[in-house]
Design a protein around this ligand. Structure first.
Ligand SMILES: Nc1ncnc2c1ncn2[C@@H]1O[C@H](COP(=O)(O)OP(=O)(O)OP(=O)(O)O)[C@@H](O)[C@H]1O
Ligand SMILES: [Mg+2]
Length: 697
């Protein structure tokens, strides 16, 4: 005789509802309900179990509740079915109670016993309603809910080992945060997600070559172990500072750096140093530091610079509000006039007339101010006149109006480091801040001379922008592989933030431009390991942002806007409480491994909606490899045991083997040795500094 699901449910009853609120339901368990293992659902299943699921029939469906806590309360009499016999004397009896939070509704789909699960409870039960254990197929329907089951990432130990599926569009599309203590399995999870995604995509594609892009920023240098360059299943490019087998040297040319990155690296002060540095960058990017072909071109460049400076100063209002250096603009004019006068005779015709006109205009402005106690302020109309005369001279030399508007100072056009130094000296002189840029020059020269940095930056022409994008993001159809691992472990610590910021920004801007040109996104995933060092909270009110803040800002921008350009962020961190709140709040999916620290627990509690907090109480006691998946990528929060990754596919982060080294052998009885050769260490260490001092001398 076949039973309907609801008849069948009767046999799995474990208790009755005794309290109902929209966000909690209290249940008192029947005396006969299983004590620790339920045997009546088709197989042994732990019950009652915190975070396990129970069903309450409501209308034509089941309300699904997740167990928050289970307790024993002494009751004056045992709970008995049927009428109470008041003639009996009852002894106090331990009654089990549990609390459920309603999470969704389970509906029968067909007669074949299939069910569909939906988030949200449309109707609540009434007091006295029966509470039943779900059958295996019901449990699977709850955990395996969601429409697009594309990648299986593990199983759910509290739901009869039902398989846990995710949809990559949801998982990567709106940023994912993998959080947990050290050793809880974050890196393995990240490596696994990438591998399982690629394997699933491979199977779904007839030619077996997924068009996917994963870029892993790897500060600990552990991922090249999980994705070696010669891996037959996942084609990978590994970029490292030091060359190894099949790995390519990590290259981030200094002409990729934008002005904010230069300013943060050199710690340029906002008032004097930054304008000089930005001027210099604009010059080198426009190739203006190369010698001009003839005097006419040289004059054209000079006039163009004058127009730009006058326009900038006019916009800032400095000529008429020059506190605290009232004479600055006047002195600049005097200097320009001298320069122009010495050149006038080299030209003739229209060009000469225009130059003379300009010199006259300057003279008419300067003459009255040469007197003692003069007012050095200029009026706006005077500055306007000066600008008109300079522009006229500029066009007489063939210059166009559009040239004089500031071009994109951040466009990645190649230049040599030495040209930047020259341009900075020149621009500082022109802006009259030479004495202030000394510290800048020292920092830039030291950077250029550093042998370790030279290896990363290379010459101006060594890398092309196109080549870099092909190598690091991937070529058409991902023919050169789907994964690129960027090993940052040997990047000198004083530049690692800038380098990371540059790489992340270049990837983001490249994808942004791709969308502009193609109208479609190029889905790419950017993985940031150890996110708490690179996406660290910073103080917003500080005037000079250091490199760490600039790096964090890049990731904040990716977190905010990445989705529109197909860039998904995966961040992995041990210290969520140190992460930038902006980035965390933009993450829509979380994989939470064991978290035992108070601050970090508080933080993740605040990230999830109220009714899900109960589930997170399990966080401090999760074994490694287990995690709670919650957020957009999963219909409901589930406890997942991630699939096993074989040793060769795990990121290398072995715990140090103290005992084996102390005792000289490992568990398998193999000898363990650690030879020490400090000589090579010392030499390699000193190598860097000797190379550097040779260049400086
Ligand atoms: N999916 C998995 N398959 C097999 N082993 C795993 C898995 N997840 C975790 N482990 C085990 O747990 C250990 C630690 O994992 P992992 O290196 O990923 O931790 P982590 O959270 O990244 O630590 P850290 O914060 O220090 O980088 C691994 O060396 C491995 O033995
Ligand atoms: Mg790790």
């Amino acid at each position: 005789m076949s039973q309907t699901p609801f008849e069948l449910a009767g046999s799995f009853q474990v208790g009755t509802v005794e309290f109902v609120a929209p966000d909690e339901i209290k249940v008192s368990l029947d005396i006969e309900a299983p004590e620790s293992v339920a045997m009546n659902t088709g197989g042994p299943r732990p019950f009652p179990r915190v975070n396990g699921y129970l069903l309450i029939p409501v209308d034509e469906a089941f309300l699904v509740g997740q167990v928050e806590w289970v307790t024993v309360e002494p009751a004056p009499f045992p709970k008995r079915r049927g009428l109470q016999d008041f003639g009996l004397v009852d002894l106090p009896y331990p009654l089990r109670r549990l609390r459920l939070k309603p999470i969704g509704t389970l509906r029968a789909k067909s007669r074949a016993g299939e069910f569909v699960f939906r988030r949200g409870a449309d109707a609540l039960p009434s007091i006295g309603a029966p509470v039943v254990l779900p059958t295996d197929s019901q449990l699977r329907s709850i955990v395996e809910s969601g429409e697009k089951k594309r990648i299986c990432i593990g199983t759910s130990p509290i739901a009869g080992d039902a398989r846990v599926w995710v949809d990559p569009d949801r998982l990567f599309g709106r940023h994912l945060a993998v959080l947990g203590n050290t050793g809880s399995g974050k890196s393995c999870t990240v490596a696994g997600l990438i591998r399982w995604s690629l394997e699933a995509a491979k199977q779904a594609r007839s030619d077996g070559r997924p068009n996917a892009r994963f870029i892993i920023l790897d500060p600990n240098g552990e991922y090249s172990h999980a994705f070696p360059p010669d891996d037959p299943t996942v084609k990978t490019r590994v970029f490292k500072v030091n060359l190894g087998n099949g790995e390519t040297s990590l290259k981030v040319p200094l002409w990729f750096w934008n002005s904010a990155e230069w300013c943060s690296f050199t710690q340029a002060s906002a008032k004097t140093q930054r304008p000089a540095l930005i001027h210099a960058l604009r010059w080198v990017r426009e190739g203006l530091t190369e010698p001009a072909p003839d005097t006419s071109h040289e004059m054209r460049r000079f006039l163009r610079t004058l127009v730009t400076i006058i326009r900038t100063e006019k916009n800032k209002g400095t000529p008429w509000a020059e506190f605290p250096k009232p004479k600055a603009f006047f002195e600049k004019l005097e200097k320009w006039k001298k320069g122009l006068e010495s050149e006038i005779d080299s030209f003739d015709g229209d060009q000469q007339t225009c130059l003379q006109e300009l010199v006259h205009t300057i003279e008419s402005l300067c003459a009255p101010r040469r007197k003692q106690h003069a007012h050095y302020d200029f009026t706006p109309s005077e500055v306007e006149k000066l600008l008109a005369a300079t522009s006229a001279a500029h066009s007489a030399f063939g210059g166009s109006e559009s040239e004089t508007f500031p071009s994109d100072v951040d466009a990645p056009r190649p230049f040599e480091g030495a040209s930047l130094v020259r341009a900075l000296e020149a621009s500082a002189e022109m802006l009259d801040v030479s004495e202030h840029v000394e510290t800048l020059l020292v920092r830039i020269r030291a950077l250029l001379a550093d042998a370790r940095m030279k290896r990363i930056m290379g010459g101006a022409t060594e890398t092309t922008l196109e080549g870099w994008l092909t190598d690091y993001i991937g070529s058409d159809g991902a023919k050169n592989g789907c994964v690129s691992v960027l090993d940052l472990s040997l990047v000198p610590s004083e530049v690692v933030h800038v380098i990371t910021a540059v790489i992340a920004r270049m990837v983001f801007e490249a994808l942004q431009r791709y969308v502009k040109l193609n109208g479609k996104v190029l889905p790419t995933v950017l993985v940031m390991e150890e996110a708490h060092t690179f996406i660290k909270r910073y103080k917003e009110d500080v005037e000079n942002q250091d490199a760490a803040a600039v790096c964090c800002q890049v990731f904040e921008r990716i977190a905010r806007e990445g989705r529109k350009f197909g860039l998904g962020l995966v961040l992995s961190s041990q210290r969520p409480s140190e992460l930038s709140p902006t980035v965390l709040s933009q993450c829509n999916t979380f994989i939470l491994h064991r978290i035992s620290n108070d601050c970090d627990q508080d933080l993740v509690h605040r990230l999830v909606p109220d009714n899900l907090r109960g589930l997170l109480r399990e966080l401090p006691s999760l074994p490694s490899q287990h995690a709670i998946l919650l957020g957009w990528a999963s219909e409901l929060p589930v406890l997942v045991k991630m699939h096993d990754l074989p040793e060769s596919q795990r990121p290398r982060s072995d715990d140090p083997d103290f005992w084996d080294v102390w005792t000289g052998k490992n568990e398998k009885g193999e000898t363990v040795t650690r030879e020490i050769d400090w000589k090579t260490v010392a030499e390699a260490w000193q190598q860097g500094s000797t190379e550097r001092s040779e260049e400086e001398s």
